[in-house]
Design a binder for this molecule. Structure first.
Ligand code: NAP
Ligand code: NAG
Ligand code: NAG
Ligand code: NAG
Length: 322
């Protein structure tokens, strides 16, 4: 059987954007879900990776049954030490190329989707005051500099970070995604959850986003690159962690002020009024606030430069329900 270009392990939300782009680009691919359901009109292979609760032999059988592909995109989180190694080594051991025994370029290349949470307190900290404390400590460590990029230190005790570090050490690539939006995921819909009270709005600082279509374009650029050169081997892929945003640092207050009118419901949101009050209370003359007041600011230019892609869906304020 001919090798596929891409095997998607976990055809979830991102695949709503990725699968149509793979199809229109005529890139051979296959995808899995835990149930084998159809995603974007494509039947998927049932696959559930749970090494802690699966006997070694069953794990080996399940992984050896996956189709051979040049790139493997893992969209679900791996945590702690062990799972990344088990997946990569078992896949590698059961998918040795028959045509060539020598070249290491025959080894599958693993890409893990992660989140930018590892650079901060993450979503795991439920209490906002705990989160603010950790953020403050992190900012102090940076000497007050709000800027962070892919080279900034991560929280290596985060269980996802541990799994990613292992994957990187085995030659994989990690894409740490900022907030995912597009389709059903509209940032306006997050307002009741993240900005329910005036005090919650007071604590809202920066927001970083990446649209599903731009994630899809980034993945396609990576898996089709070897036609032109080999960015994977020359510092772009193997062992590299990247941060992906659309290049904007959004100010939550500016977004809430811009979304003061709920056009769908035909009413005014109270968050807009709270922002006006907070501007008076906190001495903010106009929006957006300056970077130094926004806490964390991500600089993700390097990914787009190295991989020669440009985000097309940047600037969420101008979007209306797309
Ligand atoms: N939400 C955000 O704003 C945000 C921000 C940054 C990064 N991220 C990260 O971005 C990544 C992609 O997100 P997404 O929304 O596309 O994910 P998603 O929709 O949850 O998709 C995950 C896919 O993986 C499959 N899956 C889950 N656990 C599995 C397991 N143990 N073994 C095999 N397959 C498994 C799921 O199968 P089923 O389809 O059968 O359920 C699903 O197809 C995630 O790692 C997420 O944490 C999210
Ligand atoms: C993959 O298998 C080859 C051949 O057995 C081996 O040399 C290589 O180290 C393996 N790579 C990984 C990441 O396990
Ligand atoms: C990315 O961030 C997630 C944060 O949740 C973290 O757990 C994960 O380890 C990081 N992955 C990457 C790719 O950084
Ligand atoms: C690092 O991650 C751990 C585990 O998720 C968490 O308990 C801790 O508060 C985090 N520390 C920092 C400085 O973000």
């Amino acid at each position: 059987m001919e090798h596929l270009t891409l095997l998607i392990l976990g055809a979830g939300w991102t695949s709503n954007f990725l699968i149509p782009l793979l199809q229109s680009s005529s890139i051979p691919f296959a995808a899995t879900t835990t149930s084998g359901r159809t995603v974007s009109g494509v039947p998927t292979i049932p696959f559930k990776f749970d090494p802690a609760n699966t006997p070694e032999e069953d794990l080996r059988t399940a992984i050896s049954s996956l189709p051979a592909a040049k790139y493997i995109l893992i969209t679900f989180p791996l945590t702690g030490k062990g799972p990344s190694k088990a997946l990569i080594e078992l896949y590698n051991a059961t998918h040795q190329s028959r045509s060539s025994s020598s070249s290491s370029s025959q080894e599958a290349r693993f890409i893990q989707l992660g989140s930018t949470g590892i650079w901060g307190a993450g979503r795991t900290l439920a209490a906002p005051e705990d989160k603010q404390k950790v953020e403050k400590e992190l900012a102090e460590k940076r000497g007050g500099d709000p800027w962070m990029d892919r080279h900034s230190p991560i929280n290596s005790s985060n269980p996802r970070a541990i799994a990613e570090i292992e994957l990187l050490s085995l030659g994989g690539m990690v894409l740490n995604l900022s907030g995912l939006w597009g389709g059903e995921r509209q940032p306006q819909n997050w307002i009741p959850r993240v900005a329910a009270t005036k005090e919650a709005v007071r604590g809202k600082t920066s927001l970083h986003l990446i649209h599903g279509e731009d994630i899809a374009r980034a993945v396609v650029a990576i898996v089709t690159d070897d036609e032109e050169g080999d960015r994977w081997e020359s510092g772009g892929g193997r062992g590299q962690r990247w941060m992906l945003t659309d290049g904007f640092v959004y100010d939550w207050w500016a977004l809430l002020a811009g979304w003061a009118e709920d056009k769908k419901e035909g009413k005014v949101r109270e968050q807009g009024g709270w922002v006006r009050e907070l501007m008076e209370e906190e001495g903010v003359r106009a929006l957006p606030r300056g970077m130094e007041r926004l806490g964390r600011c991500y600089d993700s230019r390097e990914f787009w430069r190295v991989w020669g892609v440009m985000p097309l869906r940047a600037g969420v304020l101008g979007e209306e329900g797309r």
